[in-house]
Design a protein around this ligand. Structure first.
Ligand SMILES: [Ca+2]
Ligand SMILES: [Ca+2]
Length: 69
């Protein structure tokens, strides 16, 4: 998956348009882009890449997230 594809997925999943992805947006959004969700795995990856611990993923954190799942 390249940077453009990840950017497109990010925009699709950012339902409230605040420029970051909450845990809910991730769990609800991944199935929509054809990615199977395993909640425990997603939660672990989410926490691992949320480096500023603000409970949501900015585009940069999301790139790390996509590399993990
Ligand atoms: Ca959002
Ligand atoms: Ca964050």
């Amino acid at each position: 998956m390249n940077a453009d594809q990840i950017k497109t997925i990010f925009a699709k999943m950012d339902v409230n348009g605040d420029g970051s992805l909450s845990f809910e947006e991730i769990t609800e959004g991944l199935p929509k882009v054809g990615i199977k969700v395993d909640i425990s795995k997603i939660k672990a990856s989410f926490e691992a890449v949320d480096t500023d611990k603000n409970g949501s993923l900015d585009p940069e954190e999301f790139v790390s997230f996509m590399a993990k799942i």
